[in-house]
Unconditional design. Structure first.
Length: 132
């Protein structure tokens, strides 16, 4: 059996050994490779830990504020879900869509006056205040 070695210098050599010795060498190489793989899975690189530490200690990120905003947003969506479907549609079209409409645009689509839309919005806002 021929065993091939490559040195750090790039030099390559081949050594003729018996089959039994060659199999033993290959088995030892595989065990070393597997052991190294297990060890590297258990340990994190220092750079990776430093990157995570930067995120955790980043003063510009206000976790409490983010959580409170999410909580408030969830409460708002819960309150909106308790409105009538037509009221939900109005709120979504005017405020929550990716491209919200103006009250005038919505009034034109519904074929009602802008004043009527303004009154509906006021009533819906009052309902939401009560629900919140």
């Amino acid at each position: 059996m021929v065993i091939k070695y490559e040195f750090l210098t790039g030099e390559k050599i081949e050594i003729e050994v018996s089959n039994r010795l060659g199999e033993t060498i290959l088995q030892i190489d595989n065990e070393i490779k597997n052991s190294n793989r297990r060890e590297t899975r258990r340990h994190k690189s220092l750079n990776e830990l430093n990157d995570k530490a930067d995120l955790i200690t980043n003063e510009s990120i206000d976790i409490e504020k983010d959580i409170l905003q999410k909580f408030e947003r969830d409460k708002l969506y819960d309150a909106i879900s308790k409105l009538k479907p037509s009221e939900q549609e109005l709120i979504h079209k005017l405020y929550l869509d990716k491209q919200p409409m103006t009250q005038a645009e919505y009034a034109k689509i519904k074929k009602i006056s802008v004043g009527s839309i303004k009154m509906q919005v006021q009533r819906i806002k009052a309902k939401l205040k009560k629900l919140l």
